[in-house]
Ligand binder design. Structure first.
Ligand SMILES: [Zn+2]
Length: 432
């Protein structure tokens, strides 16, 4: 059986690379993945999966950090021009680009695999040093690039979808494939969880190419210390006034925002573990001699546990309200991203490790790494664990041309097949 599985994966390796390059060429950022999602949906329907997409896969009211309607419209049109089926794109109107596909292989547990599909807001390098450019598959979409490897994740997801149908008779249970939009900025998981993406899931597996596995042949079997986060846009609204003739009539939004920013960075540390805070952007004011009536702040909190993040977030809210009161300005806050902290389940790690040890391609197998960053997968995994299931997040080693989110980012495509083989063998181990 193991040899057959390996062979099945080897047969589709060229296809995995083809998929990866296609998605790389047409990258789409969070909630605008219309082409990507339409292509995936089309394929999954062809393969005979029960496919939920559009409003059935994403709870609209729980979507975070959604681009404007005008922007979404432009991206829908672009997707259709770039080969997406219009009737599928139409059902994703509003940015509903998540997909939940299930193959029922008989009575038994449900195994979920999650693949993130979004690209980054960054312009891809276009010079001879960059292989995707050299080989003619670099981004056709200005200002957007697959600089994190999610193009490879989508390719792996489609590869899995295809192979699972071939071994359906040997499985007893359900295989659920979750294609998640808006991972960057922690925007997509909560809306998919709210739509039931992980309802009834007993096992969940997530994977990332690279990250802390930066060499070919490395495999990290589990990841922990995913930081919980809240991402917030804050607007302060004051009153403009002549800076010399009547400053007392103004209400200074710039000072309120600055005061808030400084004090946020002075929140006391938490004895329970690590926390982070960043005011990453602050725009305020209109002109040199006008009391600034407006300010926009983009900031985020993080915490080693959801409780620590809540502590940071609650403190931030007090500071915003306090600063606004001091300067007599109004304020509004909007959560544009949020996710829970997380820890992989040791039992699931052991299963993955045992499988990896049987695969020659993995020459360096690492039990556990501490993530120290945020990944929307932790939201799915935590909910599965709260409902009695188990899960893990693995990192599949690949030599990287540059770090994640760099415009020279590229990974070694030879990691795609081992990634799929590991997932496939895990599914077979769990419900075979
Ligand atoms: Zn990523």
């Amino acid at each position: 059986m193991t040899d057959t599985l390996r062979q099945l994966v080897q047969e589709i390796e060229p296809l995995l690379i083809k998929y990866r390059r296609d998605f790389h060429k047409y990258p789409e950022a969070g909630w605008t993945e219309f082409r990507t999602a339409a292509k995936v949906t089309e394929k999954l329907l062809d393969l005979g999966y029960e496919v939920k997409f559009g409003a059935n896969a994403v709870s609209q009211k729980d979507m975070l950090g959604v681009p404007s309607e005008d922007e979404l419209k432009i991206h829908m049109e672009r997707a259709i021009k770039q080969g997406a089926k219009p009737e599928i794109v139409k059902k994703m109107e509003g940015g509903l680009t998540g997909i939940i596909a299930e193959l029922d292989c008989g009575e038994g547990p449900t195994v979920a695999l999650r693949f993130d599909i979004d690209a980054n807001d960054i312009s891809e390098a276009k010079d001879e040093k960059h292989r995707p450019y050299q080989d003619g598959f670099s981004s056709e979409n200005p200002g957007v690039m697959h600089a994190c490897g999610h193009d490879g994740h989508v390719a792996m997801g489609l590869g899995m979808a295809q192979i699972i149908t071939k071994i359906k008779d040997k499985l007893k249970g359900k295989v659920r494939l979750i294609f998640q939009p808006g991972e960057e900025g922690s925007r997509g998981a909560s809306a998919m969880v709210a739509a039931g993406a992980v309802d009834g899931v007993d096992f969940i597996l997530g994977a990332h190419i690279g990250f802390q596995a930066k060499k070919n042949g490395q495999l990290i079997c589990s990841t922990g210390k995913f930081l919980a986060t809240n991402k917030l846009d804050v607007t302060f609204t004051g009153i403009p006034a002549h800076a010399a003739a009547a400053p007392e009539e103004g209400r200074n939004a710039l000072l309120a925002a600055s005061c808030a920013a400084l004090n946020m960075h002075a929140i006391s540390r938490h004895s329970g573990g690590a926390s982070r805070i960043t005011v990453g952007m602050l725009n305020a004011g209109q002109g040199r001699n006008v009391i600034p009536p407006n300010a926009l702040m983009k900031m985020e909190t993080r915490g080693e546990t959801t409780d620590i993040n809540d502590y940071m977030y609650n403190s931030v809210q007090d500071i915003i309200a306090g600063a606004a009161k001091m300067y007599g300005v109004e304020f509004q806050t909007k959560i544009v991203g949020a996710t829970k902290s997380g820890e992989s389940s040791p039992e699931m790690k052991t299963k993955v490790k045992n499988i990896a040890q049987e695969m020659e391609v993995f020459t360096e197998i690492i039990d556990y790494v501490s993530f120290g960053a945020t990944e929307d997968f932790s939201h799915f995994m935590t909910v599965v664990q709260e409902n009695g299931g188990i899960g893990t997040y693995v990192m599949v080693g690949s030599q990287l041309a540059a770090g994640h989110h760099d415009f020279y980012f590229d990974f070694d495509e030879s990691c795609l097949a081992p990634g799929v083989e590991l997932m496939l063998k895990t599914v077979v181990d769990l419900i075979g």
